[in-house]
Write a protein that binds this ligand. Structure first.
Ligand code: CA
Length: 234
């Protein structure tokens, strides 16, 4: 018997719910529906979904409350699907631990790709201390996590330690936007606040070393006002 991945859709708009159900079932997912925040809570704890698609505007609460409380005990993938398009809303959801943020309206293939990425992340191996091991490769870009080196077309890119840390952090969450604040906190620690400048300088240097044309990057993309995203591995 085929074991299907189970997706919980948290959405109060019945038309959107039906759309999700049709599309996801046609793509061999098991679909659970919750129309309110409290329904979502009980389904998340009782049904153990593989992925949660979370609307933010729910009748009984803000979806971010659900995200916050799930993150207290679980790293299950949560994709926020929202009509809120402000950068501030995206940053808040990502910083609270959302795996991704999809803005309504969105295309079916985009949705399915984001779901596949989120599921794959929960199944990629990290070692016991949570560090990535092995190799990441996409086109000519190779991250060797064991040697702490980055190669482009077989040539060592000579990244500094901090540049390497930034690239490997993005690689660990490939395909997902990592917010500026998260990167700064991970690389420079919690006391380096509100200074994107040092990150921008580092990113400019990284791009100069790894991109053919730093103005049109093919490996690390900027999500303006939100953060950076590295390409998916091959
Ligand atoms: Ca809604």
């Amino acid at each position: 018997m085929e074991i299907k991945d189970r997706i919980l859709v948290v959405e109060d708009d019945r038309r959107i719910c039906n759309f999700f159900k049709t599309v996801l079932e046609a793509n061999h997912y098991d679909v659970l529906l919750a129309h309110t925040g409290s329904e979502a809570y009980s389904m998340i704890t009782s049904q153990c979904p593989d992925v949660v698609l979370l609307d933010l505007g729910l009748p009984d609460m803000d979806g971010l409350h659900i995200l916050k409380s799930v993150r207290e005990w679980s790293s299950m993938p949560v994709l926020v699907v929202s009509a809120r398009t402000h950068e501030k809303d995206k940053v808040e959801a990502l910083d609270l631990g959302a795996d991704d943020y999809i803005t309504k309206p969105f295309g079916t293939s985009e949705l399915l790709a984001r779901i596949r990425t989120a599921i794959r992340h929960t199944r990629t191996g990290l070692n016991q201390s949570g560090q990535q091991t092995g190799l990441f490769s996409s086109g000519g870009l190779l991250i060797d996590y064991d040697k702490h080196r980055v190669f482009v077309d077989g040539v060592d890119a000579n990244l500094t330690q901090n540049e390497y840390k930034i690239v490997s952090l993005l690689g660990k969450y490939a395909g997902k936007v990592i917010t500026y604040d998260t990167i700064i906190r991970e690389i420079w620690g919690p006391n380096m606040k509100n200074d994107n400048r040092i990150l921008r300088v580092n990113m400019a240097n990284i791009r100069r070393k790894i991109e053919k044309n730093p103005a049109q990057p093919q490996y690390i993309f900027t999500e303006v006002g939100v953060g950076y995203r590295i390409v998916e591995p091959d």
